[in-house]
Design a protein around this ligand. Structure first.
Ligand code: NOJ
Length: 709
């Protein structure tokens, strides 16, 4: 949905009719779970502008209340639909953002966004708090699972795609979050201060927001934290000057949860709640999430002449603009039929996306399994734990944890169930072996080893659990927890082939699990079908094509180890850990091999504004059809400021039949080779560049390009 300016005259009329109280109520968002019930009830009656975490019939009831207010302005209902409409039990749960980013498939992610919009809309809601545009570079951070990974270009491309999917049909509004720099906090301590410069913001963190704003995003959420000591909620420059003026963002900005109150209680940036309200609005936030005292303070501040009515009008105009664009004022607002929730069509999209989201990290030839095994030993704490497989942001985790005995209503497959389904003719037995955290009893371990000894193949499923991911769950230690490493070691000692499947929220330091596994599959948080698709991949029902959107550290102390670091001095070296990440950004194996030949560029000299074509021939030299992700990077050899030695600037995914050769062309917009100079200006510096293409960072081929004035 492009926010429509066609309603400006109508909005002016409405604004002229509204009282101060009615305007401020539009700027208030409340949730039923965060404070005294009467507060929620009060805002229902007085016409609160927005409600969050209210589902289905409850939303209908709140909407009906708005009908009885004087202005009858419809509320906008927001929901954390983070990987599908995942707080609703019964909706399709897709892989986490990090998992789906492994597909490097914007068009499939767009379809997923569209399918999610349909389910959210059918449930009576209007607004998804997605996508997350944070950059997952410090993997200790508890919310890395919510990101599209570590690279601004990939994050921006996938964020634009999912935003289009959400918004294209006008079913829901997207919300770009968290603006900005969240995830890069010092020490990866959630929502703490981020020490990044304006230059760095423009180089790394802003580009994805720019892409998603251009894709038509209607709303943006202000991050919890601060940048070099300035709270984001109070960051007038980044909110007003950069987001609204420079990027031309016409929608509205909502704060994150209790940001207004936190200005005083946590960040100590203001002395009173009222001052927090003033700073919040003046800095460019249009709606306050859940600091419900915002309402009374804002009214008083305007009455006392301490907060300008013009700013209030501007905020309300932005909110109404989105409400009109969504058709919320229409009597027959478009609602999808409820049957689309968890529908077959959406499950099919989920299946395709999940298959493409799996990454084959290691394979000594054991996969795909050549024969159907008689006995499969399934071992490991995450083999049959759907909560671990879903990861964060489902009805299991939010808004209030579902009771212990809750079961998903959708058709979900853990790895155990997936294997039982796919290998229906095999004997599939399970022993947990150990827990993910803590010291598990030897008896548990011994039972698993005995099962392995008696099997033809062992499939071990390890990783992390919900308790190790999410808000405020940052990890100082990324090495595998509990006795999981020991379990894999002991399984290897049985002499049976060991296929290890990782079910985890973020890259972990895998240690000797790598050499003790005959094959290693990364699923991250695979949603409903993670276990089914892993089993299908093991059976060779499809050829894996996923590649990592994030680097894997060798040791916790090596973090951050993102690929696009600068050159210079001792760079990424430590004396006690091998250099470089354990698995690179862009890495992933398949059941076939691809050979890259004839790399060429349409011109070897270019200037600003030119668009070149980079081409390469790719041959599938194996005997299985496959899809290959083709990656393109650039290196600005000498520049006035340090630049990454490899920076992604294009990619595509091509199908290559066994034995076939495909000619691939990638557009290269020369302006994309710009840098942010010491004055924070984005400029293209003339000089020598390298353009690199390949299937992974380790196999890149290079052509030269000269940029002239
Ligand atoms: C907390 C989170 O930081 C944000 O991502 C989420 O959308 C809101 N609050 C609403 O739950």
């Amino acid at each position: 949905m492009k926010i429509s300016m066609a309603y400006e005259a109508r909005i002016s009329e409405i604004l002229a009719e509204m009282t101060l109280e009615e305007k401020i109520a539009q700027m208030q968002q409340v949730s039923p779970e965060s404070f005294r019930p009467e507060v929620f009830e009060n805002f229902r009656k007085l016409g609160g502008g927005s409600f969050l975490h209210v589902l289905g019939k409850d939303a209908d009831a709140v909407r009906a209340d708005a009908e009885n207010t004087r202005m009858k302005i419809p509320p906008i209902f927001g929901i954390d639909a983070i990987h599908g409409h995942s707080l609703l039990n019964g909706a399709v749960i897709y892989p986490s953002q990090l998992a789906m980013a492994c597909s490097w498939n914007p068009s499939l992610i767009k379809k997923m966004g569209k399918a999610t919009a349909e389910e959210v809309n059918a449930d009576g809601l209007d607004w998804v708090f997605s996508p997350v545009l944070c950059i997952g570079r410090d993997t200790r951070w508890g919310r890395v699972d919510e990101t599209f990974g570590e690279d601004p270009y990939l994050v921006g491309t996938l964020a634009a795609a999912i935003t289009e999917g959400y918004e294209e049909d006008g079913l829901v509004a997207a919300c770009l979050k968290h603006y900005i720099g969240y995830g890069e906090e010092t020490g990866a301590r959630d929502a703490y201060d981020t020490e990044i410069s304006m230059r760095k913001i423009r180089e790394v963190f802003l580009p994805p927001f720019r892409r998603a704003v251009e894709a038509g995003a209607s709303t943006v959420m202000t991050a919890y934290g601060s940048i070099s000591g300035v709270p984001m909620t109070a960051h007038r420059q980044l909110l007003r000057e950069v987001l609204k003026d420079e990027l031309g963002f016409d929608g509205f900005v909502v704060t994150d949860w209790y940001n207004v109150g936190s200005l005083r209680t946590k960040q100590k940036a203001v002395e009173s709640f009222a001052d927090g309200v003033r700073v919040t609005v003046e800095s460019g936030n249009d709606m306050s999430m859940n600091s419900y005292q915002f309402y009374e303070h804002a009214i008083r501040l305007v009455k006392e002449g301490k907060l300008s009515m013009e700013l209030i009008d501007e905020a309300v105009r932005r909110i109404l603009r989105v409400k009109f664009s969504l058709g919320l004022f229409d009597e027959n607002k478009k609602r999808m039929p409820k049957e689309c929730i968890g529908s077959k069509e959406h499950i099919e999209i989920n299946h395709a996306l999940t298959c493409e989201s799996l990454v084959l990290l290691e394979n000594n030839g054991v996969l795909p399994l050549k024969e159907t095994p008689k006995k499969i030993a399934v071992v490991g704490p995450n083999a049959d734990d759907i909560r671990a497989q879903y990861g964060d942001w489902t009805f299991f985790s939010h808004p209030n944890r579902a009771p212990e005995d809750t079961m998903p209503k959708g058709d979900y497959y853990t790895v155990l169930r997936g294997l039982k389904t796919v290998f229906a003719d095999s004997e599939v037995a399970y022993a947990k072996g150990c827990d993910v955290m803590g010291y598990s009893a030897d008896t548990m371990m011994n039972e698993a080893i005995a099962l392995a000894e008696d099997a033809d193949v062992v499939i071990a499923v390890i990783g992390d659990i919900l308790a190790q991911n999410g808000e405020g769950k940052d990890r100082a230690v990324l090495e595998l927890s509990g006795r999981q490493g020991e379990l894999i070691r002991k399984l290897k000692a049985t002499g049976k082939p060991v296929i290890t499947v990782l079910v985890n929220g973020k890259p972990l330091c895998l240690g000797d699990v790598i050499e003790n596994s005959d094959a290693l599959i990364e699923t991250f948080n695979g949603g409903d079908l993670g276990g089914l698709c892993a089993a299908e991949m093991i059976a060779g029902k499809f050829n894996p094509s996923g590649k990592l959107p994030i680097s894997f550290p060798r040791a916790s102390g090596q973090v951050p180890c993102y690929y696009n670091q600068y050159a210079g001095w001792h760079a990424t070296k430590y004396m006690d850990v091998d250099e470089g990440s354990r698995y690179d950004f862009g890495y992933g194996l398949s059941y076939t091999n691809y050979e890259y030949k004839n790399l060429a560029i349409s011109a070897d000299t270019a200037k600003a504004g030119d668009v070149l074509t980079v081409s390469v021939d790719i041959t599938n030299t194996g005997d299985m059809d496959g899809a290959e992700i083709v990656e393109m990077y650039y290196n600005d050899l000498y520049s006035s400021v340090l630049t990454p030695t490899r920076q992604l600037c294009g990619f595509t995914k091509v199908f290559v039949g066994a034995g076939e050769t495909v000619h691939v062309e990638l557009p290269l917009a020369v302006n994309d080779l710009s840098l942010v100079n010491a004055n924070c200006e984005t400029v293209l510096e003339p000089g020598d560049f390298e353009i690199m293409v390949g299937g992974s960072l380790a196999t890149l081929q290079t052509v030269a390009l000269k940029i002239t004035e």
